[in-house]
Design a protein around this ligand. Structure first.
Ligand code: HEC
Length: 293
């Protein structure tokens, strides 16, 4: 072989380059990922999942939930938000008149329509988001002007992007979120919603179990397949199983029978309710929404 050495060299370079790109690069970037802390608190992040939830991840993997669900929230940027928390001595109508008078300010020009629309029909309920902007100076100026007339407000950092708008999370997913998961179930197709925060949206174990057994009993016309094999239908013994599902009539088994979750189903449900990415981190900051008063 005349060109033996060049062929060898070319393969070495090709394989070497892909090894660097696919193995060494990511390892260098993320291999040293460590527990981090939640912003403005001493709480550690992430928390180790409970034993049941850790086993549930293996059930999730083995039955192929990741074929239809992702566990990665994306965001396109951050914006600053101005939220009213107290009107002081002002009545809502006075406040609206005052705010509309500010519309002459040139820096507010591109926001006036949105502000006017949000104040339309507002009855004074608080907290109330008045302004969302990618420019923090506009928000700061508005906050100053409101403060001058005794109106209290808070500035908040919010993540923006389609996934956030869909309500799938308050921030993007970051590497630290997956620290204790093996294997990580990122998923690549969204036939169903993203599940990174399903433990925040549906924290109820019995909701999760019933949804796995009969998705349509909870979500009209759901196209999610029913995972019946994670349950046993059996004759009601004496006494009845304490964890039998409570199902609407049309999904219930024949009289005298009950639907009991297997250990796999319970672990899977425990895993689902443990899925939460709802804390602000250094690499993905946001201001948590205060509980409505
Ligand atoms: C064939 C695609 C498909 C597969 C496989 C699938 N799902 Fe779904 N899933 C969906 C669809 C579509 C929805 C939206 C309708 C609904 O809520 O029932 C959904 C909804 C959900 C929801 C509610 C989400 C929300 O935001 O309310 C959960 C929880 C869920 N799936 C968990 C699972 C788990 C766990 C598995 C594996 C056992 C799984 N899914 C497998 C398609 C699928």
């Amino acid at each position: 072989m005349k060109n033996g050495f060049s062929v060898f060299l070319a393969s070495l370079v090709a394989l070497g380059a892909s090894w660097f790109g696919l193995v060494y690069g990511p390892l260098k970037q993320l291999g040293g990922a460590k527990e981090t802390v939640v912003l403005q608190s001493d709480a550690k992040w992430p928390q180790q999942r409970t034993g049941d939830a850790t086993l549930g991840l293996q059930v999730y993997r083995s039955v192929g939930c990741a074929a239809c669900h992702t566990e990665q929230v994306r965001q396109t940027g951050v914006a600053c938000e101005l939220t009213l928390t107290g009107l002081g001595v002002q009545k809502p109508a006075d406040f609206i008149a005052f705010t509309k008078a500010l519309f002459v300010l040139p820096e507010l020009a591109s926001y006036t329509n949105a502000i006017a629309a949000s104040l339309d029909g507002w009855n004074g309920g608080l907290p109330k988001t008045l302004l969302t902007s990618s420019d923090k100076d506009v928000v700061a100026e508005m906050a100053d002007r409101l403060k001058a007339v005794g109106v209290r407000s808070e500035t908040r950092i919010v993540a923006t992007g389609a996934d956030i708008t869909r309500g799938w999370g308050q921030r993007q997913s970051v590497a630290a979120d997956y620290l204790y998961d093996q294997p990580v179930q990122l998923g690549g197709l969204r036939a169903g919603p993203d599940l990174s925060n399903i433990g925040v949206r549906s924290p109820d174990l019995s909701w999760q179990l019933q949804h796995l057994y009969a998705p349509r009993s909870l979500v009209n016309n759901s196209t999610m397949p029913a995972f019946r094999f994670l349950f046993t239908v059996r004759k009601i013994g004496a006494p009845a199983a304490p964890d039998a599902l409570v199902l609407p009539k049309e999904f219930a088994p024949a009289d005298g029978y009950e639907v009991v979750p297997t250990a796999d189903a319970k672990q899977l449900a425990a895993y689902l309710v443990s899925l939460k990415n709802n804390v602000p981190l250094y690499e993905a900051p946001f201001t948590p929404i205060p509980a409505a008063k």
